[in-house]
Design a protein around this ligand. Structure first.
Ligand code: KG4
Ligand code: ZN
Length: 361
């Protein structure tokens, strides 16, 4: 089985060919990702119109590169899988329409993929993980804990009631005058800082409600920065280190709660696992905290390679393969309209008063 995947939901233009032959491990034959970071850096965040235009300009070449790199021709592909949501609607239209055109011209089926399903199934591509497992998705647009029970069978156990974690990193960086994207720069500054200088709140820690919250922490950072302004480099480093420590602590608490729930709901699962995905999963302090929580609870900690944790098309091609072999490729995908909002778990109702804001909503 060979599937061409296309991803354009945010600020990465990506295409990939993934293959699965018989009982052997899946293979990523090509994985081309063009980041638009430079186009958006001057604005301190993703500008939807710029993103959509950049996708239009780049996508043809990226798809061609993915085919060339893999030495697979369009004829040899079994299906075209494209992200159909959630994400910025301009980019989704570009990717999905291109995929529809390619599929129609090559007479191949088209599979509309939920971007979050791509993240959720990546650990099966990289680590051959069996269902069920727990997923922590921490990116610029999403902060969720999901029980992954099967292809198309996802249960959201926790989500953010305000900002996504990556968004909190990016806003903190902006407040402190650090460049975009904020996450890696906050981590870099934090390495030289004193994490005990500021006692920032640990939002939701110990709460019976399983969800996340980061806007209070962001406000606390702003207040601390205002009080000691103008900020020296050391002040910035100390704030970053203290912020990161608060985030890791709060995240660890939420995850420990979910691990305990997983044990209860899947008592027969011999070697349970927590998988992390999303750009924030690159953060070493956060990773170390999660790893410690997992080892304490007897869970395997699975962190796929970073370039498969952040947005890419290999995960979309792989989700296409998973759906094809499960007989869940969907019918009439050629009629599928892009969906800017598309919850992975349609049963868990959205949180009252919540709603992601910003470019990555
Ligand atoms: O998954 P991703 O590449 O894109 C989507 O949001 O879909 O995630 C990007 C987010 C940004 O908010 C970025 O600041 C954050 O991940 N990030 C980090 C780190 N590297 C990227 N946050 C904390 N520490 C990092 N090292
Ligand atoms: Zn993503």
């Amino acid at each position: 089985m060979r599937v061409l995947g296309i991803e354009t939901s945010c600020d990465e233009t990506a295409a990939s060919i993934v293959a699965l032959d018989g009982g052997s491990a899946p293979e990523i034959l090509s994985n081309v990702v063009l980041s638009q970071i430079e186009e958006h850096a001057a604005f301190g965040g993703v500008v939807p119109e710029i993103a959509a235009r950049a996708h239009v300009e780049a996508l043809d070449g990226i798809v061609e590169a993915a085919l060339t790199d893999s030495a697979v021709s369009l004829d040899e592909v079994d299906a075209v899988a494209a992200t159909a949501g959630p994400g910025l609607v301009g980019g989704l239209i570009v990717g999905l329409m291109t995929a529809k055109a390619i599929a129609a011209a090559a007479n191949k089926p088209l599979i509309a993929i939920n971007h979050l399903e791509g993240h959720a199934l990546t650990a099966r591509l990289t680590d051959g993980l069996d269902f069920p497992y727990l997923l922590l998705l921490v990116s610029g647009g999403h902060t969720q804990i999901v029980a992954v029970r099967g292809v198309g069978d996802y249960q959201r156990w926790a989500t953010t009631i305000d900002d996504a974690l990556g968004e909190a990193f990016d806003k903190t960086a902006k407040m402190l005058g650090l460049p975009y994207p904020g996450g890696p720069n906050v981590e870099k500054a934090a390495a030289k800082g004193d994490a005990s200088r500021f006692a920032f709140p640990r939002p939701m820690k110990g709460s019976a409600q399983p969800d996340f919250s980061f806007s209070g922490l962001k406000t606390a950072v702003r207040q601390a920065a205002t009080v000691i302004a103008p900020l020296s480099d050391q002040d910035v480093a100390d704030i970053c280190a203290s912020f990161q420590a608060a985030v890791a602590d709060a995240l660890g608490d939420r995850v420990a709660r979910a691990l305990a729930r997983f044990r209860k709901e899947f008592p027969d699962k011999a070697k349970p696992a927590l998988v992390v995905a999303g750009g924030v999963a690159a953060n070493r302090t956060i990773k170390a905290t999660l790893e410690a929580r997992c080892s304490k609870a007897g869970f395997a900690f699975v962190a796929p390679p970073q370039k498969l944790c952040t947005d890419n098309a290999a995960m979309i091609a792989w989700a296409g393969i998973e759906r094809l072999r499960a007989g869940m490729a969907g019918e009439n995908a050629a009629d599928f309209a892009p969906r800017s909002r598309w919850p992975l778990d349609s049963i868990s109702a959205p949180l009252v008063g919540s709603g992601r804001r910003g470019a990555k909503a």
